[in-house]
Design a binder for this molecule. Structure first.
Ligand SMILES: [Zn+2]
Ligand SMILES: [Zn+2]
Length: 173
């Protein structure tokens, strides 16, 4: 874990503070959310909604290197995904559409999607991966394979159970 306990605490507090701020501004009862520091690779943060559970994952390696920038950009970015999910419903809006942008502005953050932070030399994969499920385990597909599935050009099966892999559209980067 590249972050000190104090830094982790600071990230949790900032996340909670923004959620409370949004709850007040939108007059919507937003609960505090679970936070995990288990992301690697190119993602700075990720909001996940799975089996009625909601949580935020942060990339501790990027936070350790760009702590202040992540505090100012990544935390509101993921909190805004959470707020949008609660207010509008996960699948009803575009991930970084008008609703997400307006929540970002309300939280005092610039609604920028892509980060300009230097990620060279950080551990993990640096290309995008997509989360698939077969029923017995989870699978990560590259964007090349994912695009083939989306275009109907390929079907991938689990080697263990033989089921077709289904895209789990349950996360917002
Ligand atoms: Zn399987
Ligand atoms: Zn996002």
């Amino acid at each position: 874990m590249p972050l000190t306990l104090q830094q982790q605490q600071q990230i949790r507090q900032q996340t909670d503070r923004l959620i409370q701020q949004a709850a007040g501004l939108f007059e919507y009862p937003l609960k505090p959310i679970d936070i995990y520091f288990d992301l690697k690779g190119r993602n700075l943060g990720m909001y996940v909604m799975k089996n009625r559970q909601r949580y935020i994952r942060y990339n501790p390696h990027v936070f350790a290197r760009h702590f202040d920038a992540c505090l100012q950009q990544t935390i509101p970015h993921e909190v805004a995904h959470y707020v949008c999910d609660c207010l509008y419903g996960f699948g009803n809006i575009k991930p970084h559409g008008a609703e997400w942008k307006s929540v970002m502005r309300v939280l005092g953050a610039e609604p920028r999607v892509r980060s300009t932070l230097d990620m060279t030399g950080l551990p993990g994969r640096h290309y995008r991966q997509f989360h698939y499920d077969c029923g017995c385990t989870s699978h990560q597909l590259s964007s090349i394979r994912h695009n083939k599935v989306r275009r109907g050009q390929a079907v991938y099966r689990c080697r263990q159970c033989g089921n077709v892999l289904q895209w789990q559209d349950n996360a917002r980067e």
